[in-house]
Design a protein around this ligand. Structure first.
Ligand SMILES: Cc1cc2nc3c(=O)[nH]c(=O)nc-3n(C[C@H](O)[C@H](O)[C@H](O)COP(=O)(O)OP(=O)(O)OC[C@H]3O[C@@H](n4cnc5c(N)ncnc54)[C@H](O)[C@@H]3O)c2cc1C
Ligand code: SF4
Ligand code: SF4
Length: 557
């Protein structure tokens, strides 16, 4: 067993290893006559039972989700970034004042440095080794610094040129969100002709139509899309795929492969009495944010109640404050621990005046003469874990209470909208109304049709959608070349150590506690009624200091 486990942690695991381990462990347990023999296979059996996905990740994707198997990674930050950005390399470029090279390094894996520099939930920082000393390196803020520098100096820099077209085949992409745009970018880089068909008049997906300007200004999204278009990607706006303009039409028009990246556009209903868009003062979070972001007139009352605990709920709460609400209450049925938002987002909402009430579930939306009057709620406690692994909220008997509100915003999740596919579409769907795809290649059951991002995996994080786009591009490239091998998105060590990658000298290497610089923020009083960006970005001096805190884990032998 030790031999098999060792090779799995070294990235040399075989597909048959899990079955072999199970069989050896069970045989040892059942056939041993002493207590030692009967119990020694337990750790293997338990981990195979509870962490099967981790075994699969090690064997099939050469990934160690906990970033502890040294043989599988070059640095923990690069390994935990879903797209595998060479973080130490770009951070070292920033330390050396080579900002263009820093941006180019990020773009090797992610065409959205400015967007991710603002809203990525930065799993890389959670595994940064500097964090074991005092504080992790501010990897995301450094990404934003380099990207902002690029766009501020874009007129002085060489104009980006289209990638050379080296392949005859054409690929169609449905949806110009982060997933579709990434897929298009990497396919154009691989030499294919790429056209994106986008339903709306603007590109960018959720970042462009839902994430408020105070977290992600429109100009930032436009600049990144401009760059992608300059590299040779064509976008056809106001061109939705629907039951009349279908995937079959695209194939008949000479597209050799299709990638569907249509996102999760449907707001989920809560399913409680009184929930109706016909009521004055009731909104679904996505529509509310969409209208506010696109500058439509959106009215909120004096007291706003938000139901939910994710990005949409918190963005809606902060938007409501800016639109004039005097009191904003967020009601979430679980606890802070289960809330899928970053610490910064949560702290900013609270510091702006949003009240968050945990372990509260709404049971009815009340109204009078067609106008919302409030929420009937019940307190919850956490019970046993559910299918998602999170503890299930259970109502506490006789704990009902009423919360007054003149606006109620429901933000309990989004789902893919498959209604644009004809009813007789051959694409296989799961019973949760999602497309079924192969997890490695993102291919559907129809040859040449692939799908990824929120459309397939449900509302998630932007960097996972970008990773899906890159995976889709690699898979389509293989498909069009007739290569049936697995997609490999392993970390790669780049040959040669450039100037910016020199190991630090002994003197520089003497460790001294040094903390990350604080992100300059727009003062709270300036945020009232203003959609100006709240995080202001690191100065050049602070970015240089922060970049030098990186321990260059990639240079360890
Ligand atoms: C309010 C809000 C805040 C968020 N905050 C964060 C955050 O802070 N950090 C983070 O990591 N993630 C955040 N996210 C999640 C992130 O934005 C998404 O995970 C990401 O945008 C998914 O990308 P996608 O390309 O799969 O889908 P989308 O961004 O939804 O893009 C899909 C695109 O497909 C188009 N489309 C749909 N149907 C069709 C059709 N039939 N024909 C043609 N085009 C079509 C849509 O118009 C859209 O442009 C947030 C999401 C929301 C809604
Ligand atoms: S894209 Fe996100 S996860 Fe990847 S390195 Fe940047 S901040 Fe970290
Ligand atoms: S110290 Fe540097 S190389 Fe090491 S994990 Fe942190 S950012 Fe990555």
């Amino acid at each position: 067993m030790l031999e098999i486990l060792t090779r799995i942690t070294q990235g040399k695991g075989r597909d048959s290893d899990i079955e072999t381990l199970l069989s050896i462990a069970k045989t040892v347990k059942e056939c041993s006559l002493c207590g030692l023999g009967q119990t020694c296979p337990n750790p293997v059996l338990t981990t195979l039972n509870y962490f099967r996905d981790e075994y699969d990740a090690h064997i099939k994707e050469k990934k160690c989700p906990a970033a502890v198997c040294d043989a599988l990674m070059i640095s923990p930050c690069q390994h935990t970034c879903p797209v595998g950005i060479n973080v130490p390399k770009y951070v070292a470029h920033i330390a050396a004042g080579e900002y263009l090279q820093a941006v180019e390094t990020i773009r090797e894996r992610n065409p959205f440095p400015a967007i991710c520099g603002r809203i990525c939930h930065h799993p890389c920082e959670g595994r940064c080794r500097r964090g074991e000393l005092e504080e992790s390196v501010a990897i995301r803020a450094l990404k934003r610094f380099a990207a902002d520098w690029y766009f501020e100096h874009v007129d002085e820099l060489p104009e980006p040129e289209p990638f050379p077209r080296t392949r005859n085949q054409k690929v169609a992409i449905i949806g110009a969100g982060p997933c579709g745009l990434s897929c298009a970018y990497f396919l154009a880089q691989a030499g294919y002709g790429v056209t994106i068909f986008e339903a709306m008049g603007i590109g960018g997906g959720m970042p462009a139509v839902a994430i408020p300007d105070f977290r992600l200004p429109r100009e930032v999204i436009n600049s990144e899309i401009d760059y992608i278009v300059k590299r040779g990607v064509e976008i056809k706006y106001n061109t939705p795929l629907d039951t009349k303009f279908t995937i079959e039409h695209l194939q008949a028009n000479g597209y050799d492969a299709v990638f569907i990246a249509a996102g999760a556009q449907k707001s989920q209903v809560i399913g409680i009495p009184g929930e109706s868009e016909a009521l004055a003062g009731f909104h679904y979070g996505l529509r509310f944010l969409h209208d506010a972001k696109l500058g439509k007139k959106v009215k909120v009352g004096r007291r706003v109640a938000i139901i939910g605990g994710g990005n949409v709920a918190l963005d809606a709460s902060r938007t409501a404050l800016r639109l004039g609400a005097e009191e904003v209450n967020v009601y979430y049925r679980r606890s802070r621990e289960e809330m899928p938002v970053t610490e910064v987002e949560f702290d900013e909402a609270v510091s702006e005046g949003v009240n968050v009430h945990f372990l509260v579930g709404p049971t009815r939306i009340t109204s009078d003469e067609g106008k919302v009057t409030g929420l009937q709620c019940i307190r919850m406690k956490l019970g046993e874990p559910d299918d998602s692994g999170r503890r299930r909220p259970v109502p506490v008997p006789e704990s009902e209470f009423f919360a007054e509100a003149d606006t109620v915003i429901a933000a309990v999740g989004q789902a893919a909208d498959l209604s644009f596919l004809p009813p007789d579409s051959a694409l296989e769907r799961s019973r949760w109304e999602r497309l079924v795809v192969d997890s490695n290649s993102l291919s559907t059951n129809v040859a040449g049709v692939f799908a990824g991002g929120d459309f397939v995996f449900g509302a998630g994080m932007i960097i996972d959608a970008i990773a899906g786009g890159r995976r889709g591009a690699l898979a389509i490239d293989k498909y069009l070349r007739g290569d049936r091998s697995r997609v490999q998105m392993y970390d790669t060590r780049q040959p040669g150590i450039k100037e910016a990658e020199k190991p630090i000298t002994e003197e520089e290497g003497t460790w001294e506690a040094a903390f990350r610089p604080e992100m300059p923020m727009l003062p709270i009083e300036d945020r009232k009624r203003s959609f100006s960006e709240t995080e202001l970005g690191l100065s050049e001096e602070k970015a240089g200091y922060e970049a030098k805190r990186c321990l260059r884990c990639d240079l360890e032998t």
